[in-house]
Design a protein around this ligand. Structure first.
Ligand code: ATP
Ligand code: MG
Length: 562
């Protein structure tokens, strides 16, 4: 491809709406252009990479027996009503104006519709069906470029099985295929598992990459690979130590002291000597949650421990229940259920609120002074604490979901009546799995992980071209001739070359475009070296420069691209 003829509109400036590197670089390198919020056009360079990713996905899906479909994005609404998902998706689903159609945000319903009445017997199962196709979701906050689009490409796959064991196998096949796909794309990813162990299977795993642009917060241990969403990540932090002697309880006047930090400052004590109180309303009844120091209550953990309806108490409720405002509440004299975080287990000589404004209580011994106290893991885990799996340290960071594999069970087959006859001629709903990959996210996440201040740093196999050939002064015949012959030779040797043959562009612009576009190898052809029958190679990833004889060019490039 000759740059003089290519439509690769690079930009020097950073687009005003772009914050994260992948978004900035995809626009600056002329891979995409925004049409409207969350809606992007892929230009030829960007689409070239999308096709490479799609090819890798196809190869690995075909390798596990997947059969490729192409379903319509425009769907009759009634099919989605059969599974109650018009309601479930709510505003996220795009409705077509005449109200009989919707734009599909995923395709469980339509795949199940095609399975119904056709996969009739256990002998027709298992099946793996997939597609690489456009999805529509009216995301409330489209951002980070193509990472959260309102229209995006998804590889979605669905498995159909006759038994739970069959579903396990289909799920494992996808798990392996996904690892191969992301490995081949050169991504640094990790897997977050979530298993509720329920019958009919609801195991799921998310394939994620670390990124400031992520909307999930995860706890990750690089030493054992344990990863979990912070909402559920267990805490194994050391408990506060119980002192040999418990003091007597005593009341202290603490005017205007509300926060834990203010209390520590006022009494010249350590955060770990304090117990913070939060009041929640559980099914209409107050519950006091006691945390060590500034530790935050993990409301997801609390919700799953309590079950039912849980919400933080309002200001007026707190006053009515405890007699005090937030900041002065504590366990002593609190007449309802109290649950303390495990970190506080059997702690003594603690300071907490007195249930009386502007007063605190010291010398609290949880064993002695708080009868019927319950304990549970209620903390939000933090970077630097011990991994619950291997005791090395965990890191907490933001992450983006690349893909998701999920044991669906029979929700959709039951909803749409997709039944099969088992070996005993008994009718059962088909057991399903669903497996998604965000194709644009693979591309954007690769760039997030492979860039520097000058641009993208491509690696095979996603790199749009292998080599960026730069003719320095394309007005000089010797340079033109050499470039043409190198371009021909490399193309004959099956290297994909982008050739900067522009005559009206300064060398400096050519260099910065080459770094921005980021092909793995640059060949710089200038008059001076040509006189010694040499050209200069620049390795984009390292910046290393090597002089190479023209005769050895093909073999050198082959070696470098390995
Ligand atoms: P997220 O939590 O990021 O919204 P999701 O749980 O809604 O993702 P799924 O419904 O499991 O995602 O879709 C499968 C895959 O499709 C995701 O793993 C992700 O890679 C991709 N994806 C989902 N929503 C978008 C979007 N708005 N833009 C681009 N890709 C998306
Ligand atoms: Mg979503």
């Amino acid at each position: 491809m000759r740059l003089s003829k290519a439509f690769i509109p690079t930009l020097k400036e950073v687009p005003s709406d772009a914050v994260i590197p992948s978004h900035i670089l995809m626009v600056r390198s002329g891979m995409v252009r925004m049409l409207s919020a969350g809606i992007y056009s892929f230009l030829p360079l960007g689409y070239k990479v999308i096709k490479k990713i799609s090819d890798i996905i196809r190869e690995e899906m075909d390798a596990i027996g997947g059969q490729e479909f192409h379903l319509p994005a425009l769907n009759p609404k009634e099919i989605w009503e059969a599974t109650n998902r018009v309601e479930a998706f709510g505003d996220t689903m795009f409705h077509v104006k005449n109200r009989e159609y919707v734009l599909a945000p995923t395709h469980e319903e339509i795949m199940t519709y095609h399975a119904k009445g056709v996969l009739k017997s256990y002998k027709d199962l298992p099946q793996i069906w997939y597609q690489i196709q456009t999805k529509f979701r009216n995301e409330p906050r489209p951002r980070s470029g193509v990472i959260r689009g309102r229209q995006f490409l998804m590889k979605d796959a669905y498995s159909f099985d006759a038994s739970l064991e069959g579903l396990d196998e289909s799920y494992e096949l996808h798990d392996k295929a996904y690892r191969k796909i992301f490995d081949r794309c050169g991504l640094d990813y990790f897997v977050v598992g979530a298993s509720s162990g329920a019958m009919g299977g609801s195991k799921s795993e998310e394939f994620m990459v670390k990124s400031e642009a992520g909307e999930d917060t995860v706890a990750y241990c690089s030493s054992c690979g344990f990863a979990a969403n912070v909402e559920v990540a267990p805490s194994k932090i050391e408990r506060i130590s119980r002192q040999n002697e418990s003091k007597e309880i005593y009341e202290i006047s603490t005017p205007n002291v509300k926060s834990i930090d203010e209390l520590c400052e006022f009494l010249k004590i350590n955060e770990r000597e304090t117990a913070k109180s939060r009041v929640y309303i559980h099914n209409g009844q107050p519950v006091l949650i006691l945390m060590s120091g500034n530790d935050e209550v993990n409301e997801t953990k609390l919700g799953s421990i309590l079950g039912g309806e849980v919400r933080p108490g309002h200001q007026e409720e707190l006053k009515e229940i405890t007699g005090a405002d937030a900041g002065s509440i504590g366990p002593i004299g609190f007449k309802h259920r109290i649950i303390a975080d495990l970190r506080l287990k059997d702690g003594n000589n603690l300071f907490s609120g007195a249930n009386k404004n502007d007063y605190h209580i010291g010398g609290i011994d949880l064993q002695r002074d708080v009868p019927n106290l319950e304990y549970a893991d209620l903390r939000i885990v933090e970077s630097g604490e011990n991994c619950s799996n291997c005791s090395n340290t965990i890191e907490v960071f933001k992450a983006i979901e690349l893909g998701h594999i999920f044991k669906l069970g029979t929700k959709y087959s039951e909803g749409l009546g997709a039944m099969f006859l088992d070996e005993n001629s008994k009718e059962n709903p088909i057991i399903m799995g669903s497996y998604g990959i965000g194709v644009e996210r693979v591309l954007a996440c690769f760039i997030e992980q492979n860039n520097d201040e000058n641009g993208i740093i491509w690696k095979k196999p996603l790199s749009p071209f292998d080599v960026h050939l730069i003719g320095l002064n394309m007005k000089k015949e010797i340079v033109v001739e050499a470039c043409e012959s190198i371009f021909n030779e490399l193309s004959e040797n099956k290297f994909d070359v982008i050739f900067d043959d522009r005559t009206n562009v300064q060398a400096g612009f050519k260099f910065s475009d080459a770094d921005l576009l980021g092909m793995p190898i640059q060949i710089i052809v200038g008059e001076r070296r040509l006189k010694e029958n040499q050209v200069e190679l620049k390795i984009r990833a390292t910046g290393e420069r090597i002089n190479v004889g023209i005769n050895e060019l093909s073999s050198k490039i082959k070696e470098l691209l390995k």
